[in-house]
Design a protein around this ligand. Structure first.
Ligand SMILES: [Zn+2]
Length: 75
């Protein structure tokens, strides 16, 4: 029996804690209180952007084909 020194599923050592991400709005260091933003202001900015995006993009649900209910089909 040959003993393999390294197992096939060798995974790299995971970092103890996730690397801090910069604020997506102003690229400053994000704070845990406003993660992933640096402040409430940036969080509000992102939120407003998100809302605008939602309102800008039309919902695909309204693309339903409306048909008149025709049950009396004479075939
Ligand atoms: Zn920010």
């Amino acid at each position: 029996m040959s003993d393999a020194s390294t197992p096939p599923g060798d995974t790299p050592p995971a970092e103890p804690r996730p690397s801090p991400r910069p604020c997506p709005i102003c690229k400053k260091m994000s704070l845990p209180d406003y993660h992933p933003f640096c402040s409430k202001r940036c969080a509000d900015i992102d939120l407003s952007r998100w809302f605008k995006g939602v309102y800008a993009v039309p919902t695909a649900e309204s693309e339903e084909i409306e048909r008149p209910a025709d049950d009396d089909e004479d075939a």
